[in-house]
Design a protein around this ligand. Structure first.
Ligand code: PLP
Length: 591
């Protein structure tokens, strides 16, 4: 098997050793042995975070039961043990990445913090107005927003290497984008939204030719395939422990020693100093210069255990198993009518991530329906909003695999998704809230009432977003002196969002403002009551809106139900202050 990223071809350990028992390996993950909604859990959200084997859980328990102490400070036995284990973990990670030494490994909270560290220390020191930061069109927000902040701070500008129709980087255009002005080139090894594998060694070599520093976002690759930072030739590489069997809140930045030594600290405090006077301090050498304060000691030790665990299986074997699962899933998903997969086509090597769109169903609806069958998928923009926009999508559903997943689980996923796809029937994606709910939701989400714009000067327009799933809604309200004369909306959202908006416009039209505000509060109380409180028939004044009362059982969906109402609340405020335009986000609201 050829490994991505230009690394040498290796003999598979499974070819040399007795075949691995994936079934036995799966048994190392206690969390997988449970029922969700009376069905066996199928965990296909590994790109968000992986599950943890007993070896890691036990290491954490052992650390807290036996060794817990602060590192680098104490003279006593526990501190010595904690320090030794913490530094041993650094050494394990260095060997895992084939770094030249452990001094090239900085512990951070994860990929996001690693990238921010570079953006806040290397960036301001080395970037000038006119310089260019090159990223790609398929970056996670974590490998995009820090560069936007850095560009603002330094006067540098941003460029994005485009993707082609196969959802791979358009390497034919690399020379056009990777010019002499580029000082930093940041890209992922595996895209979390597309599954595309990028040719890291080739990109790093091209960057070196123009003198650009490279940063590899290895969030999706570090736990899945062998990484040799020296063979890849990158300057920085960022990873997250929690995506590779380790605990949350721990990760690492690999930085070439010669570069780390040129970088100033980013956070001041204990541990990172050599000597401190009232006026001025001096810093330790890397990596300690970048680890101010008490670090996540248990996390680092847990990550060390995760590295041991992965190494015992072998990353070549994991990569081969990933490929088997992914190619099988691509083939099987291809048989579902109306299902379209993003990313490189069947037969092309790709990461264990499959994003898909199912008919005209909203990803939120697909994922909620899957959860009713014990299948954990992810739905949304996957922190790649610009990429989604470029592809003309708001969100996708995503299945992502790890070595403990099985072909049988993929078969079950296909079974679960198939009936829903037939006819892309909205009712098939309804929350399980009864017949009346199905009827109302099917009717209003397919044929939303008052859908459209309201022209005219006296109209207040509010744009609403639900950032967690990408729903957007534009509400136009015409207010009379005391009443809500008319209201219409446009937008694209899940069944809950569209039904709620449609019913809301019917309900509020012609109502006195004060009455409309009262209905807003009644509706909010109805959908956001604790899940344990039965929805009941609900207040009579809300009429059909009461069918949405059951949404309280699906806390993630309350924001969907509230988006139109939050926009209306904002419209009332805009009208009171004489404004005609406003914005609202469900992230800013209580629910
Ligand atoms: C490609 C990629 N980069 C960065 C991140 C951010 O990782 P973390 O949240 O662990 O910092 C993720 C997380 O999903 C990711 O998939």
């Amino acid at each position: 098997m050829r490994l991505p990223g230009g690394q040498a071809e290796k003999t598979l350990i499974s070819a040399m050793n007795p075949p691995l028992s994936w079934e036995h390996i799966r048994a190392d993950f206690p969390i997988l042995d449970q029922q969700i909604k009376s069905q066996p859990l199928i965990y296909f959200d590994n790109a968000a975070t992986s599950q943890k084997p007993r070896a890691v859980i036990e290491t954490l328990r052992h650390y807290y039961e036996r060794d817990n102490s602060n590192v680098h400070r104490g003279m006593h036995a526990l501190s010595a043990r904690a320090t030794a284990a913490y530094e041993a973990a650094r050494g394990k990670l260095a060997r895992y990445l084939n770094a030249a030494s452990a001094e090239e490994i900085v512990f951070t909270r994860g990929t996001t913090e690693s990238i921010n560290l570079v953006a806040q220390t290397w960036g301001p020191k080395f970037l000038r107005p006119g310089d260019v930061i090159l990223a790609t069109e398929m970056e996670h927000h974590s490998n995009l927003v820090p560069w936007q902040l850095l560009a603002e701070r330094t006067g540098a500008s941003l460029r994005f290497l485009p993707i082609n129709g196969r959802h791979e980087l358009d390497l034919a255009r690399l020379d056009e984008f990777l010019t002499q002005e580029v000082k930093l080139f940041a890209f992922n090894q595996i895209s979390n939204a597309l599954g595309t594998i990028n040719p890291v060694a080739e990109l790093c070599a091209a960057a070196r030719k123009v003198g650009a520093v490279t940063l590899v976002d290895a969030a999706q690759s570090a736990g899945h395939l062998p990484i040799d930072v020296q063979a890849l030739g990158c300057d920085f590489l960022a990873l997250s422990g929690h995506k590779m069997c380790g605990p949350t809140g721990i990760g690492a930045l690999y930085g070439r020693k010669a570069i780390l030594e040129t970088m100033p600290p980013w956070q001041g405090g204990g541990e990172m100093i050599e000597s401190v006077r009232y006026e001025k301090s001096t810093w330790k050498q890397p990596p300690y210069r970048f680890e101010a304060g008490t670090p996540n000691i248990a996390g680092a030790i847990g990550l060390g255990a995760a590295v041991d665990y992965i190494e015992a299986i072998g990353r070549e074997a994991i990569w081969e198993h990933d490929a088997e699962l992914t190619q099988y899933a691509l083939k099987r998903l291809g048989s579902i009518p109306g299902l379209r997969v993003l990313g490189p086509p069947l037969g092309t090597p790709r990461g264990a991530v499959i994003s898909f769109v199912l008919g005209d169903a909203h990803a939120h609806d697909v994922v909620t329906m899957a959860d009713e069958h014990g299948l954990a998928l992810r739905g949304g923009h996957h922190c790649t909003q610009p990429l989604m926009r470029k592809l003309g999508l708001v969100s996708t559903a995503r299945a992502s695999f790890y070595f403990y997943n099985t072909l049988a689980e993929i078969d079950r996923m296909v079974e679960i998704l198939t009936p829903s796809a037939q006819g892309a029937n909205t009712a098939a994606f309804s929350l399980p809230l009864g017949e009346l709910y199905d009827m109302v939701v099917s009717d209003h989400s397919r044929r939303p009432r008052n859908f459209g714009e309201l022209p005219g000067d006296a109209v207040v327009h509010v744009h609403g977003d639900n950032p967690s799933c990408g729903d957007t809604l534009d509400l136009h309200v015409q207010f009379g002196p005391e009443t809500v004369e008319n209201l219409k909306f446009t937008g694209s959202g899940c069944t809950v969002c569209m039904t709620s908006a449609s019913l809301m416009t019917l309900k509020l039209k012609g109502k006195p403002r004060a009455e409309a505000a009262r209905l807003l509060h009644l509706f909010h109380d109805q959908v956001s009551a604790p899940a344990s409180v039965e929805a009941g028939p609900g207040p009579r004044e809300l009429g059909d809106l009461n069918v949405l009362g059951g949404v309280r059982k699906f806390p993630q969906r309350v924001k969907c139900a509230m988006l139109a109402w939050r926009a209306f609340e904002q419209a009332l405020q805009e009208a009171d202050s004489g404004e005609s335009e406003g914005n609202v986000s469900t992230e800013d609201a209580k629910s």
